[in-house]
Design a protein around this ligand. Structure first.
Ligand code: PGA
Length: 250
């Protein structure tokens, strides 16, 4: 459906020296990859990752941005700051931000708006908790998250939005969604986007799966009709594993 994008989410790992080494190990992937490759790194590693991947097709993502351009928001980083550094992407609404840092659908929407206003490409994360899956409300939950996050986003701007479906119960647990489960929800998200915009926007949308995707299961997940890539946590910290996942995205 959409263009394949494999993005690493390093989370709060890799101080600059290690980030430099890992970025350099991943750098050769930029040349031959059939998909887009993005490294989502901690703020302190952004410059390192940008320098290490300069001149390649590999993109660099921040893991959050604030909705204001500047001001009294201690500890936050703004979208214009990221843009000024040359960062191209930002991950927004990751379940760890929602779970541990009070992120809501409304603040996710404000951050999405700020990122798009500043020319960044957004990797928007949605996904259900285990209880919600067991209650049979997975599609309602991700539809709600998607709709609120995309409030005020135009059809044109959707070319700079990637949606990552990340079931919370699969993140960092080693418990991957089955390929069929992943495909079903990715298709449902695409359908929500079709309803909000139109079939062309929905078809062009990149919908990633994330949650314990690894070198062993990536090929099957990525072969699904509605899975256009992956947001990879743990396995993105090992260059050979990440390379295997990138090679599977074609
Ligand atoms: P995981 O993390 O691959 O370690 O499960 C995915 C994510 O949180 O983006």
């Amino acid at each position: 459906m959409g263009k394949y994008v494999i993005a690493g989410n390093w989370k709060m790992n890799k101080p600059p020296a290690e980030a430099k080494a890992l970025s350099e190990d991943i750098k050769p992937l930029g040349a031959g990859a059939a998909c887009d490759v993005v490294l989502g790194v901690p703020f302190v590693d952004l410059q390192t990752a940008l320098d290490a991947t300069a001149g390649t097709k590999i993109g660099v993502a921040a893991q959050n941005c604030h909705w204001a351009a500047s001001g009294a928001f201690t500890g936050e980083i703004s979208a214009p700051m990221l843009k000024a550094m040359g960062v191209g992407y930002v991950i927004i609404g990751h379940s760890e931000r929602r779970q541990y840092f009070g992120e809501t659908d409304e603040t996710v929407n404000k951050r999405v708006r700020a990122a798009l206003d500043n020319g960044l490409t957004v990797i928007l994360c949605v996904g259900e908790y285990l209880e919600q899956r067991e209650q049979g409300i997975t599609e309602e939950v991700v539809a709600l998250q998607t709709k609120v996050a995309l409030c005020g986003v135009s059809a044109e701007e959707m070319s700079r939005v990637i949606i990552a479906y990340e079931p919370v119960w699969a993140i960092g647990t080693g418990r991957t969604a089955t390929a069929a489960q992943a495909n079903e929800v990715c298709a449902a998200i695409r359908n929500v986007v079709k309803g909000l915009y139109n079939a062309d926007v929905a078809t062009a949308l990149t919908v990633q799966y994330g949650g314990s995707m690894n070198a062993g299961n990536a090929a099957e997940l990525l072969a699904q009709s509605d899975v256009d890539g992956g947001l990879i946590g743990g396995a993105s910290l090992k260059a050979p594993d990440f390379a295997t996942i990138v090679a599977a995205a074609k």
